[in-house]
Design a protein. Structure first.
Lengths: 324, 298
């Protein structure tokens, strides 16, 4: 895609600014809709995770059921760094994200040669392999079932990373990562990812080294998962073994699909919806909130494959009289 | 020495027996319909719960459970295929995975709501309880060797089910059509065979076999809402190791995995990941799986 830089920036400025304003003002309005402090941070972390997942699922067309592997690996390494090296978050997050990248190279190498279905099964399997390793083989390092406990309060040099500080840190990271995601999607590389989604065999025949692009797309999406995993530990200095489990992988799948794959905006909405649903709406539903969410998810897949974004555009269409 | 090897062999077969029943259904459904059923584990879970309920009901009993559960699951499978899956044949594969995944969540959470999250005790019937003194039948064993009777029954049932399924596919007209459908369904449709009706039956058959796994495997495993997912992942790997869509491959891979787990049981760190290690080796050196056909999902 060849376009002049000026329009390029213009295209990104409005959505990114809106995104920034909405997130930054969250502490002021979030409590009026039933949210509480802390939940907003968690939502922002999941938004980062969902953005990365959408690059893989929405743009490249690969449905991973093992993204907890990257979230979890990064979370554990961040936790271990905080515990054994220093309570400064910079080295911890760096090592966490790098570990997720390495893991993505390994798992990507093993799984990406396969087609869609095969890929989903294998990512699920490798995710579960890491989960079971964390619980048994590596439990001397990971704390097994109890998770990694006793982490010190994370610090950014002299600043204590608690409450609002964590919130603003995650928001700044989220804004930067959203902007980067938009640039990736709009770049020639992003176009290549879309080409992989529509027909990777044909792309291969045009002389493109498809495997390399797939691995790159996969690793980029793992970076987002890794950043989210690391921030989760900064937000709450405790590494739960569930961070590696398929539930977490399933959650990011659900929120991305609910919001609308391949839109970046949709999955962010889906992440916010899901966390809001889990923590606020669930009060009215009791323990059955997941049952209701599962039903909503099924209904979305069946009737509204484009998720919330499609619902929005359908409503808009209806209001403007079909737009014909 | 002979004794411990023999017992590990037996345990391996018994572990494989559950995997084979679950993964046969998966392979059957994948091979014919091209659908990856993420709700297949949930079907196993449903069957185990039905087994508990029917075997302990006043009107029921174990005989009733053995007969009824596979039949109910067959009906459930038909319902699922006709009511849900068939609308997804023309949709992308990811949508099929997503909708069956959603169904798995709904079933799991529904059962958790009704039965609670805890393990339900699933007692074996009188005729299947206790131990079998194997040394009385097998002279090469030294001293006293006993094995739980139910686990032997489970293994036998599993082997019989496999034999019956293969006989059905090999020696009946129905089986002929299904095998042809697995090879080239489009051609079959052009020849005027009502393939969708037969595929609905195949889907239900796969689910019914998971039903057999649930009712016979339930007392050996656990009966809780999460059990489906616990067995789904290794069963997927069985299908991958055996070769996607290959039924003999699924059988072979099930027993390889069962034996591998049983023989590494003394090293827990290895036993927990041995299945994945085998899968990785297969992926690296024989991507189409042990008995997979060339070109299929390679």
């Amino acid at each position: 895609m060849i376009s002049d830089n000026a329009s390029f920036y213009k295209k990104d400025i409005l959505p990114v600014t809106t995104f920034a304003v909405v997130l930054l003002t969250m502490p002021f309005w979030f409590r009026y809709i039933g949210g509480y402090s802390g939940l907003d941070t968690k939502i922002v972390i999941w938004i980062i995770f969902a953005i990365g997942f959408d690059i893989l699922l929405g743009y490249m067309g690969f449905l991973s059921f093992g993204h907890a592997a990257f979230f979890g690996t990064s979370a554990y390494f961040t936790g271990l760094m905080l515990l054994h090296y220093s309570n400064n978050i910079l080295p911890a997050i760096t090592v966490g994200v790098i570990s997720a990248i390495i893991m993505a190279f390994i798992i990507g190498f093993l799984t990406l040669k396969r087609t869609g279905i095969y890929f989903s099964i294998l990512t699920l399997a490798f995710g579960e392999m890491l989960h079971s390793m964390v619980l048994s083989t590596l439990q001397d390092w990971t704390g097994g079932d109890n998770g990694l406990t006793g982490l010190p309060t994370p610090m950014l040099f002299d600043i204590k990373m608690q409450g609002d500080n964590v919130f603003y840190l995650t928001v700044i990271v989220a804004i930067v990562m959203y902007y980067i995601a938009r640039r990736i999607i709009g770049s020639p590389f992003g176009l290549m990812l879309k080409a992989i989604k529509s027909n990777q065999v044909r792309l291969e025949y045009t002389g493109v080294h498809v495997a390399r692009y797939k691995l790159m797309g996969f690793v980029i999406s793992a970076v987002y998962a890794g950043v989210a995993g690391a921030l989760m530990i900064v937000y709450e200095p405790y590494v739960a073994s569930e961070f590696m489990g398929w539930h977490l992988s399933g959650q990011v799948v659900i929120m991305t699909v609910l919001g609308g794959v391949g839109t970046l905006f949709g999955p962010m909405l889906g992440a916010a919806f899901m966390l809001y649903f889990e923590n606020v709406v669930s009060v009215y539903l009791g323990a059955q909130w997941l049952l209701v969410l599962g039903a909503i998810f099924m209904a979305t897949v069946i009737f509204l494959p484009g998720g919330f974004v499609e619902a929005g555009s359908r409503i808009k269409k209806a209001l403007t009289g079909g737009g014909k | 020495m002979v004794n411990s090897i023999f017992l590990q062999l037996l345990t391996g077969l018994q572990l494989g027996a559950i995997y084979v029943l679950i993964s046969l259904g998966l392979a059957l459904i994948f091979g014919t319909l091209g659908v990856v059923n993420f709700a297949h584990g949930a079907m196993f879970m449903v069957a185990a719960y039905l087994g508990v309920v029917i075997s302990q009901a006043e009107w029921g009993g174990w005989g009733m459970a053995i007969v009824l559960v596979p039949i109910i699951l067959f009906g459930l499978g038909l319902l699922m295929e006709r009511g849900l899956i068939r609308f997804f044949y023309t949709r992308p594969h990811t949508d099929q995975i997503l909708v069956t995944f959603g169904l798995a969540i709904v079933l799991q959470e529904g059962f958790k709501w009704y039965f609670g999250a805890n393990n339900l005790p699933f007692a074996t019937p009188d005729w299947g309880s206790g131990i079998m003194r194997l040394h009385e039948y097998l002279p090469f064993l030294e001293g006293f060797v006993a094995y739980p009777k139910w686990r032997l029954i489970l293994t036998a049932v599993s082997l019989i089910t496999v034999a019956l399924l293969f006989a059905l596919l090999q020696f009946t007209t129905f089986g002929l059509v299904v095998r042809a459908g697995m090879r080239d369904s489009e051609m079959l449709r052009l020849l005027g065979v009502n393939i969708s009706q037969r595929f609905a039956i195949v889907f239900a058959l796969g689910v019914a076999i998971a039903g057999i796994a649930g009712v016979f495997g339930g007392p050996v495993t656990q009966v809780d809402p999460g059990i489906g997912m616990v067995f789904l992942v290794p069963s997927f790997l069985v299908v991958v190791i055996g070769g996607m869509g290959s039924l003999p491959g699924a059988v072979l891979a099930s027993f390889i995995i069962g034996l591998a787990i049983s023989f590494t049981a003394t090293i827990p760190a290895l036993a927990n990941i041995i299945v994945y290690l085998i899968a990785i080796l297969i992926l690296l050196f024989r991507p189409r799986g042990l008995l997979g056909q060339k070109g299929v999902m390679e």
